[in-house]
Write a protein that binds this ligand. Structure first.
Ligand code: PLP
Length: 384
Protein backbone atom coordinates (compact mmCIF):
# COMPACT_ATOMS: atom_id res chain seq x y z
CA UNK A 1 0.00 0.00 0.00
CA UNK A 2 1.39 3.45 -0.91
CA UNK A 3 2.13 6.00 1.82
CA UNK A 4 -0.76 8.24 0.77
CA UNK A 5 -3.21 5.38 0.70
CA UNK A 6 -2.01 4.19 4.11
CA UNK A 7 -2.42 7.68 5.59
CA UNK A 8 -5.92 7.88 4.08
CA UNK A 9 -7.06 4.57 5.49
CA UNK A 10 -5.59 5.51 8.89
CA UNK A 11 -7.61 8.76 8.81
CA UNK A 12 -10.74 6.82 7.80
CA UNK A 13 -10.36 4.36 10.68
CA UNK A 14 -9.70 7.13 13.21
CA UNK A 15 -12.77 9.02 11.99
CA UNK A 16 -14.94 5.88 12.22
CA UNK A 17 -13.79 5.41 15.81
CA UNK A 18 -14.72 9.02 16.58
CA UNK A 19 -18.12 8.50 14.99
CA UNK A 20 -18.76 5.51 17.23
CA UNK A 21 -17.70 7.45 20.33
CA UNK A 22 -20.24 10.25 19.96
CA UNK A 23 -22.79 10.71 22.75
CA UNK A 24 -23.20 8.99 26.11
CA UNK A 25 -21.53 11.94 27.83
CA UNK A 26 -21.26 12.10 31.60
CA UNK A 27 -22.38 14.56 34.22
CA UNK A 28 -20.81 16.36 37.14
CA UNK A 29 -22.77 17.62 40.11
CA UNK A 30 -21.76 20.90 41.70
CA UNK A 31 -23.13 22.87 44.56
CA UNK A 32 -23.81 26.54 44.01
CA UNK A 33 -24.31 28.79 47.04
CA UNK A 34 -26.68 31.70 46.50
CA UNK A 35 -28.04 33.91 49.28
CA UNK A 36 -26.59 31.51 51.86
CA UNK A 37 -28.53 28.57 50.43
CA UNK A 38 -26.88 25.74 48.50
CA UNK A 39 -28.30 24.29 45.32
CA UNK A 40 -27.16 21.14 43.54
CA UNK A 41 -26.67 21.68 39.82
CA UNK A 42 -26.18 18.84 37.31
CA UNK A 43 -23.74 19.75 34.54
CA UNK A 44 -23.92 17.63 31.40
CA UNK A 45 -20.39 17.61 30.05
CA UNK A 46 -20.48 17.56 26.26
CA UNK A 47 -16.71 18.04 26.21
CA UNK A 48 -16.58 14.23 26.54
CA UNK A 49 -17.54 13.82 22.90
CA UNK A 50 -14.59 12.66 20.74
CA UNK A 51 -13.85 16.09 19.24
CA UNK A 52 -14.63 17.87 22.50
CA UNK A 53 -18.08 19.40 22.00
CA UNK A 54 -21.80 18.86 21.51
CA UNK A 55 -21.36 19.74 17.85
CA UNK A 56 -20.05 16.19 17.25
CA UNK A 57 -23.65 15.07 17.53
CA UNK A 58 -24.82 17.79 15.16
CA UNK A 59 -22.06 17.04 12.65
CA UNK A 60 -22.88 13.32 12.57
CA UNK A 61 -26.57 14.09 12.02
CA UNK A 62 -25.98 16.73 9.31
CA UNK A 63 -23.68 14.47 7.30
CA UNK A 64 -25.93 11.44 7.84
CA UNK A 65 -29.03 13.23 6.59
CA UNK A 66 -27.28 14.28 3.36
CA UNK A 67 -25.94 10.76 2.81
CA UNK A 68 -29.40 9.27 3.44
CA UNK A 69 -30.96 11.72 1.00
CA UNK A 70 -28.43 10.71 -1.67
CA UNK A 71 -27.08 14.27 -1.80
CA UNK A 72 -23.61 13.39 -0.46
CA UNK A 73 -21.41 10.68 -1.93
CA UNK A 74 -17.77 9.65 -1.54
CA UNK A 75 -15.45 12.11 -3.24
CA UNK A 76 -17.70 15.10 -2.60
CA UNK A 77 -16.94 17.90 -0.11
CA UNK A 78 -19.07 19.30 2.69
CA UNK A 79 -18.87 23.02 3.35
CA UNK A 80 -20.10 24.81 6.47
CA UNK A 81 -19.91 28.11 8.33
CA UNK A 82 -18.87 27.66 11.95
CA UNK A 83 -17.52 29.52 14.95
CA UNK A 84 -15.27 26.54 15.72
CA UNK A 85 -16.78 23.40 17.24
CA UNK A 86 -18.87 22.30 14.27
CA UNK A 87 -15.94 22.99 11.93
CA UNK A 88 -13.71 20.72 13.98
CA UNK A 89 -16.35 18.00 14.23
CA UNK A 90 -17.14 17.99 10.49
CA UNK A 91 -13.46 18.01 9.56
CA UNK A 92 -12.71 15.16 11.96
CA UNK A 93 -15.64 12.97 10.89
CA UNK A 94 -15.50 13.57 7.11
CA UNK A 95 -12.86 10.87 6.42
CA UNK A 96 -15.27 8.23 7.79
CA UNK A 97 -17.50 8.97 4.80
CA UNK A 98 -14.68 9.40 2.25
CA UNK A 99 -15.61 13.02 1.76
CA UNK A 100 -13.68 16.26 2.00
CA UNK A 101 -14.48 19.17 4.33
CA UNK A 102 -14.20 22.90 3.75
CA UNK A 103 -14.84 25.08 6.79
CA UNK A 104 -15.57 28.77 6.74
CA UNK A 105 -14.49 30.36 10.03
CA UNK A 106 -13.72 33.84 11.32
CA UNK A 107 -11.14 35.59 13.52
CA UNK A 108 -13.25 35.01 16.69
CA UNK A 109 -12.36 31.31 16.57
CA UNK A 110 -10.31 30.31 19.63
CA UNK A 111 -6.63 30.01 18.54
CA UNK A 112 -6.32 26.55 20.18
CA UNK A 113 -9.35 25.35 18.23
CA UNK A 114 -7.99 26.77 14.96
CA UNK A 115 -4.74 24.87 15.46
CA UNK A 116 -6.65 21.62 16.01
CA UNK A 117 -8.70 22.34 12.90
CA UNK A 118 -5.55 22.95 10.86
CA UNK A 119 -4.17 19.59 11.97
CA UNK A 120 -7.16 17.77 10.42
CA UNK A 121 -5.91 18.80 6.97
CA UNK A 122 -9.35 20.15 6.01
CA UNK A 123 -9.67 23.22 3.80
CA UNK A 124 -10.08 26.34 5.94
CA UNK A 125 -11.55 29.60 4.68
CA UNK A 126 -11.04 32.55 7.03
CA UNK A 127 -13.35 35.52 6.39
CA UNK A 128 -12.36 39.00 7.52
CA UNK A 129 -15.31 41.31 6.84
CA UNK A 130 -17.60 42.21 9.71
CA UNK A 131 -21.20 43.42 9.57
CA UNK A 132 -22.34 46.72 11.11
CA UNK A 133 -22.42 45.16 14.61
CA UNK A 134 -18.87 43.81 14.26
CA UNK A 135 -19.85 40.15 13.73
CA UNK A 136 -18.91 37.77 10.93
CA UNK A 137 -21.85 35.40 10.35
CA UNK A 138 -23.21 37.09 7.21
CA UNK A 139 -19.76 37.19 5.71
CA UNK A 140 -19.24 33.48 6.44
CA UNK A 141 -22.58 32.57 4.87
CA UNK A 142 -21.81 34.60 1.74
CA UNK A 143 -18.54 32.69 1.37
CA UNK A 144 -20.34 29.33 1.79
CA UNK A 145 -22.83 30.31 -0.92
CA UNK A 146 -20.01 31.31 -3.23
CA UNK A 147 -18.09 28.06 -2.66
CA UNK A 148 -21.15 25.86 -3.30
CA UNK A 149 -21.87 27.84 -6.47
CA UNK A 150 -18.30 27.79 -7.80
CA UNK A 151 -17.02 24.34 -6.83
CA UNK A 152 -18.55 21.20 -8.29
CA UNK A 153 -19.16 18.53 -5.63
CA UNK A 154 -19.41 21.02 -2.74
CA UNK A 155 -22.52 20.57 -0.55
CA UNK A 156 -23.62 22.82 2.32
CA UNK A 157 -24.52 20.88 5.49
CA UNK A 158 -26.63 23.89 6.62
CA UNK A 159 -26.61 23.75 10.40
CA UNK A 160 -28.90 26.81 10.40
CA UNK A 161 -31.82 25.14 8.61
CA UNK A 162 -31.36 21.36 8.43
CA UNK A 163 -33.94 19.49 10.56
CA UNK A 164 -31.15 17.01 11.29
CA UNK A 165 -29.68 19.59 13.69
CA UNK A 166 -32.51 19.71 16.29
CA UNK A 167 -33.26 16.01 15.65
CA UNK A 168 -29.76 15.06 16.83
CA UNK A 169 -30.57 16.56 20.23
CA UNK A 170 -34.13 15.26 20.34
CA UNK A 171 -32.90 11.71 19.84
CA UNK A 172 -29.54 11.93 21.64
CA UNK A 173 -28.68 14.80 23.98
CA UNK A 174 -32.11 15.26 25.55
CA UNK A 175 -32.97 11.63 26.41
CA UNK A 176 -29.53 11.19 27.94
CA UNK A 177 -29.97 14.30 30.04
CA UNK A 178 -33.46 13.23 31.05
CA UNK A 179 -32.09 9.89 32.26
CA UNK A 180 -29.23 11.56 34.12
CA UNK A 181 -31.28 14.30 35.84
CA UNK A 182 -34.81 13.00 35.65
CA UNK A 183 -36.10 15.17 38.47
CA UNK A 184 -34.75 18.44 37.10
CA UNK A 185 -37.48 21.06 36.88
CA UNK A 186 -35.39 23.44 34.80
CA UNK A 187 -32.79 22.67 32.15
CA UNK A 188 -30.58 25.49 30.82
CA UNK A 189 -29.37 25.25 27.21
CA UNK A 190 -27.21 27.84 25.42
CA UNK A 191 -28.39 28.97 21.98
CA UNK A 192 -26.63 29.71 18.72
CA UNK A 193 -28.45 28.21 15.71
CA UNK A 194 -31.00 27.08 18.31
CA UNK A 195 -30.80 23.43 17.18
CA UNK A 196 -29.74 22.10 20.57
CA UNK A 197 -32.36 24.13 22.41
CA UNK A 198 -35.20 23.32 20.00
CA UNK A 199 -34.48 19.59 19.99
CA UNK A 200 -34.07 19.43 23.77
CA UNK A 201 -37.16 21.55 24.36
CA UNK A 202 -39.27 19.39 22.03
CA UNK A 203 -38.08 16.20 23.73
CA UNK A 204 -38.91 17.38 27.24
CA UNK A 205 -42.25 18.87 26.14
CA UNK A 206 -43.26 15.45 24.84
CA UNK A 207 -41.64 13.04 27.30
CA UNK A 208 -41.25 15.05 30.52
CA UNK A 209 -43.56 18.06 30.44
CA UNK A 210 -42.83 18.80 34.10
CA UNK A 211 -39.36 19.94 33.08
CA UNK A 212 -39.00 23.33 31.45
CA UNK A 213 -36.11 23.98 29.07
CA UNK A 214 -34.69 27.51 29.14
CA UNK A 215 -32.78 28.93 26.14
CA UNK A 216 -29.78 31.05 27.11
CA UNK A 217 -28.47 33.75 24.81
CA UNK A 218 -26.10 36.70 25.22
CA UNK A 219 -26.60 40.45 24.83
CA UNK A 220 -25.92 41.45 21.21
CA UNK A 221 -27.33 38.23 19.74
CA UNK A 222 -30.53 38.15 17.69
CA UNK A 223 -30.92 34.33 17.90
CA UNK A 224 -33.94 34.60 20.22
CA UNK A 225 -35.13 38.01 19.04
CA UNK A 226 -32.69 40.40 20.78
CA UNK A 227 -31.01 43.43 19.15
CA UNK A 228 -27.76 43.04 17.25
CA UNK A 229 -24.58 44.25 18.91
CA UNK A 230 -20.90 43.37 19.23
CA UNK A 231 -20.20 39.94 20.74
CA UNK A 232 -17.04 38.17 21.78
CA UNK A 233 -17.78 34.55 22.70
CA UNK A 234 -17.78 31.90 19.99
CA UNK A 235 -20.46 29.19 20.18
CA UNK A 236 -23.24 31.22 21.74
CA UNK A 237 -25.44 33.84 20.08
CA UNK A 238 -26.06 34.56 16.43
CA UNK A 239 -26.44 37.45 14.01
CA UNK A 240 -29.62 35.91 12.66
CA UNK A 241 -32.76 34.66 14.30
CA UNK A 242 -32.92 30.92 14.98
CA UNK A 243 -34.81 29.01 12.32
CA UNK A 244 -35.63 26.28 14.84
CA UNK A 245 -37.03 28.17 17.80
CA UNK A 246 -40.74 28.91 17.36
CA UNK A 247 -41.81 32.55 17.37
CA UNK A 248 -45.54 31.88 17.70
CA UNK A 249 -45.45 30.30 21.17
CA UNK A 250 -43.90 31.51 24.41
CA UNK A 251 -40.36 30.24 24.76
CA UNK A 252 -38.63 30.53 28.09
CA UNK A 253 -35.30 32.32 27.70
CA UNK A 254 -32.67 34.29 29.52
CA UNK A 255 -30.25 36.80 27.99
CA UNK A 256 -26.99 37.34 29.84
CA UNK A 257 -23.95 39.58 29.71
CA UNK A 258 -20.81 37.99 28.23
CA UNK A 259 -18.56 39.44 30.96
CA UNK A 260 -20.61 37.64 33.65
CA UNK A 261 -20.39 34.40 31.65
CA UNK A 262 -16.60 34.69 31.46
CA UNK A 263 -16.28 35.54 35.17
CA UNK A 264 -18.45 32.50 35.94
CA UNK A 265 -16.24 30.15 33.87
CA UNK A 266 -13.13 31.36 35.65
CA UNK A 267 -14.64 31.08 39.13
CA UNK A 268 -16.01 27.60 38.40
CA UNK A 269 -12.57 26.39 37.27
CA UNK A 270 -10.81 28.01 40.24
CA UNK A 271 -13.24 26.58 42.80
CA UNK A 272 -14.07 23.14 41.35
CA UNK A 273 -11.41 22.35 38.73
CA UNK A 274 -14.15 22.02 36.07
CA UNK A 275 -13.30 24.12 33.00
CA UNK A 276 -16.16 24.88 30.62
CA UNK A 277 -16.57 27.09 27.56
CA UNK A 278 -18.18 30.53 27.60
CA UNK A 279 -21.66 29.37 26.63
CA UNK A 280 -21.75 27.03 29.62
CA UNK A 281 -20.74 29.95 31.84
CA UNK A 282 -23.64 31.94 30.37
CA UNK A 283 -26.07 29.10 31.10
CA UNK A 284 -24.80 28.79 34.69
CA UNK A 285 -25.25 32.51 35.31
CA UNK A 286 -28.79 32.37 33.88
CA UNK A 287 -29.52 29.45 36.19
CA UNK A 288 -28.06 31.32 39.19
CA UNK A 289 -30.21 34.39 38.46
CA UNK A 290 -33.29 32.16 38.50
CA UNK A 291 -32.31 30.51 41.81
CA UNK A 292 -31.58 33.90 43.36
CA UNK A 293 -35.07 35.14 42.47
CA UNK A 294 -36.87 31.84 43.08
CA UNK A 295 -34.80 29.65 45.45
CA UNK A 296 -37.25 26.74 45.30
CA UNK A 297 -37.31 26.39 41.53
CA UNK A 298 -34.77 23.51 41.42
CA UNK A 299 -33.53 20.86 40.88
CA UNK A 300 -31.72 22.35 37.91
CA UNK A 301 -29.47 21.03 35.15
CA UNK A 302 -27.18 22.91 32.79
CA UNK A 303 -26.08 21.66 29.39
CA UNK A 304 -22.38 22.47 28.93
CA UNK A 305 -21.73 22.38 25.14
CA UNK A 306 -17.93 22.31 25.44
CA UNK A 307 -15.04 22.38 27.88
CA UNK A 308 -12.39 24.96 28.63
CA UNK A 309 -9.39 23.23 27.03
CA UNK A 310 -9.52 25.30 23.83
CA UNK A 311 -9.96 28.61 25.65
CA UNK A 312 -6.61 28.85 27.46
CA UNK A 313 -5.70 31.81 25.25
CA UNK A 314 -9.07 33.54 25.50
CA UNK A 315 -11.50 33.34 28.43
CA UNK A 316 -8.91 31.82 30.78
CA UNK A 317 -6.09 34.20 29.76
CA UNK A 318 -5.69 37.39 31.80
CA UNK A 319 -4.19 39.40 28.92
CA UNK A 320 -7.11 38.49 26.60
CA UNK A 321 -9.59 39.52 29.29
CA UNK A 322 -7.89 42.89 29.82
CA UNK A 323 -7.40 43.43 26.06
CA UNK A 324 -11.16 43.11 25.64
CA UNK A 325 -11.75 45.43 28.59
CA UNK A 326 -13.69 42.85 30.58
CA UNK A 327 -13.80 44.12 34.15
CA UNK A 328 -13.90 40.80 36.02
CA UNK A 329 -13.69 42.41 39.46
CA UNK A 330 -16.54 44.76 38.59
CA UNK A 331 -18.60 42.08 36.87
CA UNK A 332 -18.13 39.40 39.52
CA UNK A 333 -20.29 36.29 39.62
CA UNK A 334 -23.15 37.67 41.65
CA UNK A 335 -25.50 36.22 42.80
CA UNK A 336 -23.22 33.17 43.18
CA UNK A 337 -21.27 33.14 46.43
CA UNK A 338 -19.43 29.86 46.01
CA UNK A 339 -19.10 26.74 43.88
CA UNK A 340 -18.23 23.33 45.23
CA UNK A 341 -17.72 20.10 43.34
CA UNK A 342 -19.77 17.19 44.64
CA UNK A 343 -19.16 14.32 42.29
CA UNK A 344 -17.95 13.39 38.87
CA UNK A 345 -19.91 10.71 37.05
CA UNK A 346 -18.84 9.10 33.80
CA UNK A 347 -21.51 7.63 31.51
CA UNK A 348 -20.46 3.99 31.94
CA UNK A 349 -20.07 3.86 35.69
CA UNK A 350 -22.81 6.44 36.22
CA UNK A 351 -25.56 4.20 37.55
CA UNK A 352 -23.43 2.45 40.15
CA UNK A 353 -21.79 5.61 41.37
CA UNK A 354 -25.03 7.56 41.48
CA UNK A 355 -26.55 4.80 43.54
CA UNK A 356 -23.58 5.09 45.85
CA UNK A 357 -24.15 8.78 46.13
CA UNK A 358 -27.86 8.39 46.77
CA UNK A 359 -26.99 5.91 49.52
CA UNK A 360 -24.74 8.51 51.10
CA UNK A 361 -27.30 11.28 50.68
CA UNK A 362 -30.81 10.02 51.39
CA UNK A 363 -33.43 11.80 49.34
CA UNK A 364 -30.93 13.22 46.90
CA UNK A 365 -32.96 14.55 43.97
CA UNK A 366 -30.76 13.27 41.19
CA UNK A 367 -31.27 9.83 39.88
CA UNK A 368 -29.59 8.20 36.94
CA UNK A 369 -31.12 5.23 35.18
CA UNK A 370 -28.81 2.47 34.01
CA UNK A 371 -26.22 3.23 31.36
CA UNK A 372 -28.14 0.95 28.99
CA UNK A 373 -31.29 3.03 29.42
CA UNK A 374 -29.51 6.30 28.75
CA UNK A 375 -27.81 5.02 25.61
CA UNK A 376 -31.02 3.97 23.88
CA UNK A 377 -32.71 7.24 23.01
CA UNK A 378 -36.35 7.20 22.11
CA UNK A 379 -37.09 7.98 18.52
CA UNK A 380 -40.04 9.90 17.29
CA UNK A 381 -41.15 12.88 15.29
CA UNK A 382 -39.80 16.21 16.36
CA UNK A 383 -42.09 19.18 16.63
CA UNK A 384 -40.15 22.42 16.69
C1 PLP B 1 -19.87 25.77 22.27
C2 PLP B 1 -21.28 25.61 21.82
N1 PLP B 1 -21.63 24.61 21.04
C3 PLP B 1 -22.95 24.44 20.70
C4 PLP B 1 -23.93 25.27 21.13
C5 PLP B 1 -25.35 25.07 20.74
O1 PLP B 1 -25.45 25.55 19.50
P1 PLP B 1 -26.75 25.49 18.63
O2 PLP B 1 -27.71 26.48 19.19
O3 PLP B 1 -26.23 25.91 17.29
O4 PLP B 1 -27.28 24.12 18.64
C6 PLP B 1 -23.59 26.26 21.85
C7 PLP B 1 -24.62 27.16 22.21
O5 PLP B 1 -24.41 28.09 22.89
C8 PLP B 1 -22.24 26.43 22.22
O6 PLP B 1 -21.87 27.39 22.99
Amino acid sequence: MGTRLRARSHATLAARRRLEGIGGTGIAIIEMTIGGRTHDVTLKLESENPCGAIKDRTARALIGSLVDAGRLRPGMTIVESSSGNLALALASLAPAFDIGACLVVDPHIAPDKLRRLERTGAQIEMVDRTDAAGNYLHSRLRRVEQLVHDKPGFVWTDQYGSPANPRAHYTGTAPELHAQASLAKLVYVPVSTGGTFAGTRAYFARHAPGTEVVGVDVIGSVALGGSAGPRLLPGIGSSRRSHFVPTDVAVRSSIVDEGRAIACCRALRAQTGIAVGGSSGAALIACADQLADHPSSGPVAVLCPDGGADYTQTIYADDWVSRHKIDLAGTGIEPIERFQRLDRLGPAQGARRVRGRIARTPGHPFYMTTAADSSSPQKGPIHV
